[in-house]
Design a protein around this ligand. Structure first.
Ligand code: ADP
Ligand code: MG
Length: 574
């Protein structure tokens, strides 16, 4: 197996990737890098996510860049803001020791003025989403007229997201003699059309079965009644105390709803979907990336391309309609040689799609039983015991207390002490899973009330079970998360011009408090329902009520049930 040097990578770039810990090229890098450097052909690369495509095109691209020349030499198009930021950051890391290399990311949902300012300073490589890039090309700010290389990353996804017209327009605006590389996990018709129309006799590289990402992923499914999906999800989380997972839902509403329930039930979870403002999305992603957040519930689009290391589980809250989506989803785990598990929660109807999916995957999807109460309890218990055995004891800190503690516990023998400490941590699980129903039964009549009303036990916090460190870092935020979010109603909606940034702006403006965390925002025609953390609800209501929004008198109130408060749906608060 050749190393990066033998593939022709310069010593400056070698130094950069050395710091990232890249030692041996992945298969896609081994194939693409020599083709990139030694030929001038267009290239179509078919490889799944997690195979290392960014470095496959990024390393040779940087090496071919003439940094003495200030002009823009390459354009990389990628479907989402998150991906653009990630690619730009990756390239900067690869090129850390390449003198004067400049990379600029441009994407929607952020100030175009700042991006224009960045572009003005001169940049060698632009990484952009199709929409914003086209906008900047039209404004003559992104100068792509002289590029020598165009890279279409995750082309299938860009088309899937409806960027067809933008792509066509951008491709028309770039020089005919440039070189084009197209990367895609799958090759649907519209991607083939792009290749046929805009690429000249491309070399095709398919990295199929060797794909380490997919190889390392184990696939399994649980079969339950549709109504038990959420209960099954909780059991998955409970039976994997150290889960670091991505939960996929089909719609934004389902994403919000599932994340809300998890938060309310004390799990360390949050949602990522298109209704969030850009800064909310950034915030959620940052927490997930740092590992502060254990479970991220997301839509396919919002999560596409996110490269987060070490994701232990991908959970399909239901099977995606599109099998390609399943492949993309499960590619989020098992990255860079780590092992991962892809779990699908499947109802009795969806079950019939499993064999087809297995055929496409070329892999067995194993049917597993939803874990039952005793299984979960023993898993949690041993996890706890294990942590206890490995905990660091700070002798000097606890020393002063030990004497009194020992004296106080003097009357208990060792077994008794252990029993009590274990119960202290563990009673909650025992209590919750006592008489918990078997979700595997096909004729399950009772809807698992027991499971459902575990309720708001904020203290049960996943941060605590899963990872004490994470838990600690999470502390500040979970302060305002205690009890979770509350839904508020406001009597202005889409026809009044409400959108998430405006609403957030208004809340910040009127409350003069930037710490208020705002959850999901549902904008209807004439009203909006939004979430704020419980402790700020009154403040927000007070600050916004009796103000004006675009000339309309504003009313804000609790929407629906409020714990400890009377239901005052839509009525003006006195
Ligand atoms: P893709 O674009 O194919 O989904 P990425 O380029 O995002 O994949 O790479 C997936 C992960 O693997 C990244 O975290 C990246 O840093 C890591 N990676 C890529 N190439 C190597 C390598 N040669 N050695 C070690 N890690 C690598
Ligand atoms: Mg990629």
């Amino acid at each position: 197996m050749p190393n990066f040097e033998e593939l022709g990578i310069s010593s400056e770039v070698l130094k950069g990737i050395g710091e990232l810990g890249f030692q041996t090229p992945t298969p896609v890098q081994e194939e693409i890098i020599p083709l990139f450097l030694e030929t001038e052909n267009d290239i179509v690369g078919l490889a799944q996510t997690g195979t290392g495509k960014t470095a496959a095109f990024g390393l040779p691209l940087i090496d071919q860049c003439d940094t003495d020349d200030d002009s823009t030499q390459a354009l990389i198009l990628s479907p989402t803001r998150e991906l653009c930021v990630q690619i730009a950051k990756d390239l900067e890391n690869y090129g850390k020791y390449v003198k004067n290399l400049r990379v600029t990311a441009v994407y929607g949902g952020a100030s175009i003025e700042n991006q224009i300012r960045d572009l003005k300073k001169g940049t060698h490589i632009i990484v952009g989403t199709p929409g914003r890039t086209l906008d900047l090309i039209k404004r003559k700010r992104a100068k792509v007229g002289g590029i020598t290389t165009l890279i279409l990353d995750e082309a299938d996804e860009m088309l899937h997201m409806g960027f067809r017209d933008e792509l066509d327009a951008i491709l028309e605006n770039t020089p005919k003699d440039k070189r084009t590389l197209l990367f895609s996990a799958t090759m649907p018709k519209d991607v083939a059309r792009i290749a046929d129309t805009y690429m000249f006799d491309p070399l095709r590289v398919t990295i199929g079965k060797q794909n380490s990402g997919a190889e390392n992923v184990k696939h399994l499914y649980y079969q339950v009644h549709a109504k038990d999906r959420y209960l099954a999800l909780k059991r998955i989380a409970d039976v994997n105390p150290d889960i670091y997972g991505l939960v996929f839902c089909r719609t934004r509403a389902e994403t919000k709803d599932t994340a809300d329930k998890l938060i309310k039930d004390g799990y360390n979870a949050d949602a990522l979907h298109g209704d969030l403002s850009q800064s909310q999305r950034d915030h959620v992603m940052k927490r997930f990336r740092e590992g502060t957040l254990q479970m991220l519930v997301a839509t396919d689009v919002a999560a596409r391309g996110i490269d987060v290391q070490n994701i232990s589980h991908v959970i399909n809250y239901n099977l995606p309609d599109d099998i390609e989506d399943y492949i993309h989803r499960s590619g989020r785990t098992g990255r860079a040689d780590k092992h991962g598990i892809s779990i699908s929660i499947v109802n009795f109807r969806e079950r019939s799609r499993i064999p087809h999916l297995e055929k496409i995957l070329g892999k067995k999807i194993e049917k597993k039983k939803v874990p039952n109460g005793p299984e979960i309890c023993s898993k949690q218990l041993f996890n706890m015991i294990d942590k206890m055995e490995h905990v660091t004891v700070d002798e000097t800190q606890i020393e002063p207390f030990m004497e009194t503690v020992m004296k106080k516990l003097d009357w208990l023998d060792k077994e008794e002490v252990i029993k009590r400490f274990v119960s202290l941590e563990f009673n909650r699980f025992l209590e919750y899973y006592k008489d918990a129903p078997d979700l595997n039964k096909e004729d399950r009549r009772d809807s698992g009330r027991k499971d459902r009303d575990r309720g708001r036990d904020g203290d049960r916090g996943r941060g605590r079970d899963g990872n004490r460190e994470r838990g600690k870092r999470e502390q500040n935020r979970s302060q305002d998360r205690k009890g979770g979010y509350i839904k508020l109603f406001i009597n202005v909606g889409r026809i009044d011009g409400v959108n998430p940034p405006r609403l957030i702006g208004m809340i910040n403006d009127k409350t003069r408090d930037r710490d208020i965390s705002i959850g999901s925002i549902d904008i209807a025609e004439k009203h909006t329902i939004f979430q704020v953390s419980e402790q700020f609800a009154d403040k927000v209501i007070k600050a916004l009520s009796d103000t004006q929004f675009k000339g309309r008198h504003v009313r804000v109130d609790y929407s629906g049930e409020v714990p400890g408060k009377k239901k005052k749906k839509g009525k003006k608060k006195k």
